[in-house]
Design a protein around this ligand. Structure first.
Ligand code: DGI
Ligand code: FE
Ligand code: FE
Length: 207
């Protein structure tokens, strides 16, 4: 039996072995950002196992989620203008762009066209009113990977292990609270995610 066989991915998902894809991600990121991607890969695989989602698909998406994180603003601005993306994106920055716009770079440079993967990368920061399970998994893995350290992270881990959807609710509430506390502009989709998952209409007492 051959030793150290490369981990091959299913061909329909990505045209690479695990080592090839990891090398392509590492090439575009600092080591600490790449290590974060590896941790998100592992956490995504665990959440996939708990939630009946394909672990390979979740792992690949976790590994790729911050692929575009360290590109210049000019790169993103050009893509927004030339790919017919929402012009309102121009009012935001890297935090929103590296996911929503970063998926374009995954197509262009890595020739990965699987829409489940691309969509989960697009949504990993801002979420969406409807998120497929895979997108919820990567969204949560990014938030709770083992080196994340912020007040509430342990509760977020517990909540997410019990219920993925409750984790999504927890995170979007946390993110919106943070953005507002910073006086940061909220991308409309982030707000739509909050309204869909947390802010049920009619739940706030009027008196
Ligand atoms: O890429 P990571 O650091 O691993 O994690 P992330 O993709 O969740 O972080 C994205 C950043 O973007 C985070 O600092 C919060 C910020 N962000 C999320 N939604 C919005 C936003 N920033 C603005 N201005 N508006 C948003 O709607
Ligand atoms: Fe990110
Ligand atoms: Fe991340």
């Amino acid at each position: 039996m051959k030793q150290n066989q490369p981990i091959e991915f299913t061909e329909a998902l990505v045209p690479y072995t695990h080592a090839e894809l990891a090398a392509k991600v590492a090439e575009k990121l600092t080591d600490s950002r790449f290590q974060h991607c590896l941790r998100v890969e592992q956490t995504s695989r665990k959440l996939a196992a708990l939630n009946g989602v394909d672990q390979e698909l979740a792992g690949i998406t976790g590994l790729l989620h911050d692929y575009a994180k360290q590109r210049s603003d000019e790169t993103f601005i050009k893509l927004i203008k030339t790919r017919g993306l929402d012009p309102a994106l121009l009012n935001y920055g890297n935090g929103v762009w590296h996911g929503v716009v970063g998926a374009e770079l995954i197509k262009d440079e890595l020739r990965i066209y699987n829409e489940d993967i691309l969509n989960a990368v697009r949504l990993h920061t801002v979420g969406a009113p409807y998120m497929p399970k895979l997108a919820q998994i990567v969204f949560m893995a990014d938030f709770i990977e083992p080196k994340r350290d912020f007040p509430g992270v342990d509760e977020a881990r517990l909540v997410t292990r019990k219920s993925l959807a409750d984790g999504v609710r927890y995170q979007i509430q946390h993110t919106l609270t943070y953005l507002i506390s910073q006086g940061a502009p909220v991308y409309p989709q982030t707000l739509a995610t909050y309204n869909a998952w947390v802010g049920g209409v009619g739940t706030v007492p009027t008196k």
